[in-house]
Design a protein around this ligand. Structure first.
Ligand SMILES: Cc1cc2nc3c(=O)[nH]c(=O)nc-3n(C[C@H](O)[C@H](O)[C@H](O)COP(=O)(O)OP(=O)(O)OC[C@H]3O[C@@H](n4cnc5c(N)ncnc54)[C@H](O)[C@@H]3O)c2cc1C
Length: 395
């Protein structure tokens, strides 16, 4: 064997991230990337001020991006779970965290319970148009007096003949102002403990549904976030989603998908900030050389890259188990916890490497930092993730 063929070069630029990504996934990635950069990213600053435009849903529906892993009989693409991961990863190139969140609520938070628990009529009424992007979904778990403690919610649904009458309120509801329907978590039997919850699909134009106010936030400005009231909202029994009394278990299942897709988006957001900062560090000079050439800066990038890669592989390994039909609650909680933390650490370091420019709005890094901070709170806080992980060992 000649000496030349013995020399193996490091494959730093390989696209091969994980064995579950096929050529089809990479083609999908390229096509979503092109769309995001061309049609969404140019609006990032405008949407930061005004929330993202309504046309995004039907446009993405038209392109098939709202139903990548959803069943073909309802207009989805029938892809595997990694197609959803690809979307979560590529949407960060819109440079608009609130947009990614609003879309994820549609595709990975409110839609999955309809796919899994919905009746045929419910799927035709809500799932099909949601995949087309002509109907917008939101998900209502959190209330003014109960967030982490989901079992502490007070919204009541009381049976009245063939109907249910709903009273209560929900807060911090993403898409709450533009949604056509809400997947609503209620209590139907307050004395039945975890067996006293029921989900409903409540049309947002029902009499008694009040979109109280648009909440002002630290980040994710491109998303709309609502405080909602439900005052004697009457819905037919056919609005029950899943089994009466099993809503708590249904929503705990939903939260797993929500957490894992948030984790994938968090890693991708960190990677994007890393790349932007790497370019900046190579261009910015101090003391006669690019700041990237200081050893301290090089080591900052090495630390960030290692954290990002560890987080990414945890997400992929967990996603592979989900794709295979497992229910890896412990690892999903670990992925959510770890990715949220490292994303915040990476964003903070990226601001530091940018110096004063990092603090300026025009570079977009401060926005990425503000947007990323939500990950340690939304969809279950760090503390709740730690509790789920700890309890999984019988503690
Ligand atoms: C921008 C944004 C968008 C959101 N979108 C939605 C949405 O679309 N739909 C929806 O339903 N909700 C949404 N949420 C709500 C979000 O999921 C909750 O904010 C989150 O679950 C935390 O609940 P909380 O805010 O009530 O905090 P709390 O539960 O009041 O917690 C406050 C603090 O106490 C800690 N804590 C609570 N319990 C424990 C415990 N057992 N052990 C240790 N520490 C504990 C928490 O970790 C936290 O640090 C959104 C929130 C935000 C900020």
């Amino acid at each position: 064997m000649s000496a030349a063929t013995d020399v193996q070069k490091p494959d730093y630029n390989t696209r091969h991230r994980f064995h579950r990504f096929t050529d089809e996934h990479e083609e999908l990635r390229d096509s979503i990337h092109r769309f995001v950069v061309k049609e969404l990213a140019p609006h990032a600053e405008e949407w930061e001020r005004e929330t993202f435009a309504d046309w995004v849903f039907p446009r993405m529906g038209e392109l098939g991006f709202l139903g990548l892993d959803k069943p073909t009989e309802y207009g989805g693409q029938g892809g595997d779970y990694f197609t959803a991961i690809v979307l979560a990863e590529e949407i960060v190139n819109a440079r608009c965290g609130g947009l990614g969140m609003g879309l994820a609520v549609q595709t990975d938070m409110a839609m999955p319970p309809i796919v899994k628990f919905g009746t045929e009529e419910q799927k035709q009424e809500w799932l099909v148009p949601a995949i087309q992007g002509t109907k917008v979904l939101c998900l209502g778990i959190t209330e003014p007096d109960a967030g982490s403690d989901v079992a502490g919610i007070k919204t009541r649904a009381v049976r009245d003949g063939d109907d249910y009458v709903i009273n209560g309120s929900k807060t911090y509801i993403t898409n709450g102002h533009r949604a056509d329907v809400i997947v609503l978590v209620t209590k139907t039997d307050p004395d039945a403990g975890y067996d006293g919850f029921t989900l409903f699909l409540v049309p947002m134009d029902s009499p008694g549904v009040i979109r109280e106010k648009k909440l002002q936030k630290m980040g994710m400005h491109a998303s709309d976030t609502a405080l909602l009231a439900f005052q004697d909202v009457r819905v037919p029994a056919s609005a029950v989603l899943g089994q009466v009394g099993k809503g708590f278990y249904h929503i705990m299942w939903e939260l797993q998908g929500e957490r894992l897709i948030s984790a994938a988006g968090g890693v991708a957001g960190a990677q994007r900030a890393f790349e932007q900062t790497l370019q900046y560090a190579n261009e910015r000079h101090a003391f006669g050389k690019p700041i990237a050439k200081f050893q301290v800066t090089r080591h900052k990038f090495a630390e960030m890259a290692t954290k990002i890669e560890a987080a990414r592989q945890l997400v992929y390994a967990t996603a592979a188990r989900v794709a295979d039909g497992d229910y890896p609650v412990r690892e999903i909680s670990m992925a959510k916890l770890y990715t949220s933390r490292i994303a915040c650490e990476v964003m903070d370091e990226c601001i530091q490497i940018h110096g004063g420019a990092g603090y300026m709005v025009e570079y977009g890094i401060e926005r990425a930092w503000r947007d990323a901070r939500l990950a340690r709170i939304g969809a279950g806080t760090d503390e709740i993730m730690l509790d789920v992980i700890g309890r999984s060992y019988g503690l």
